[in-house]
Design a protein around this ligand. Sequence first.
Ligand SMILES: [Zn+2]
Length: 272
Amino acid sequence: MSGVVTALARCFALPVSGITVTLAALTGAEDILLAEGNAADPGLALALARRVGHLPPATDWTALTVTDVDHFLLRLRASLLGGGISANQNCRAPVCGKRVEFSFRIADYLAHHAPQPPRGRGWAAVAAAEPGWYRLEAAGETQARFRLPNLGDQIEAYGRRDGMAWLEEICIAPANLPRQVRLRAHAAMECLAPPLSSTLAGDCPDCGARLEAQFEARQFCLTELQDRARYIYDDVDVIAERYHWDEEMILALPRARRMQYAERARQTARAT
Ligand SMILES: [Zn+2]
């Protein structure tokens, strides 16, 4: 039965697009990519997703929403490091300052951030004629249109000083909409593609003070995966020393097999 469970977990639908992604096994090449990449650069998320998140033909990660990409990274993190997340923060109450742990299950977090019908009081968003675009339906707002930012947009915005303003400019039209209509467009976008970065709240178990912590899903997952990936250098070092294989060959090994060889090489080194 465990084989069936594993197969199901490695293949899942992305929440916004509904596209099915299949997780591939990581090799040392992905560890190097992670270890030497910048977690704040959306190009790292793209490079990793293209290598280990297989999509159906003619689909590409650049065209998928930021929510789908971050959902993928949380699922990848769950498959490699487990489904529970815990992060520590010091209580801000001046007399307390105790270390407080925020912990939650990735599956619960994703269920809580599932897409919702895009409507609010007096408005709704419906698909527009142009693919990927939506129209805001409310009295006097028939001109307002928007689309969901994708990873390609995010990569382009990362290289610009006016990144956030530029994203708004390309995703919400026309440019001169009243503020209230823009806010509705943003609310509709958050219904259709809920951001996976959010504020976690809880009470300090020691003093009862209210605590809040910002959870940035992508940054959190990539940073954890980077910490783990940096063992690649030790593995290559000890395997090359023992077996005299070249770096390219060692990096091509599936992670689990590489760790087996590295462990044997360490045992041999300890014994001599
Ligand atoms: Zn406290």
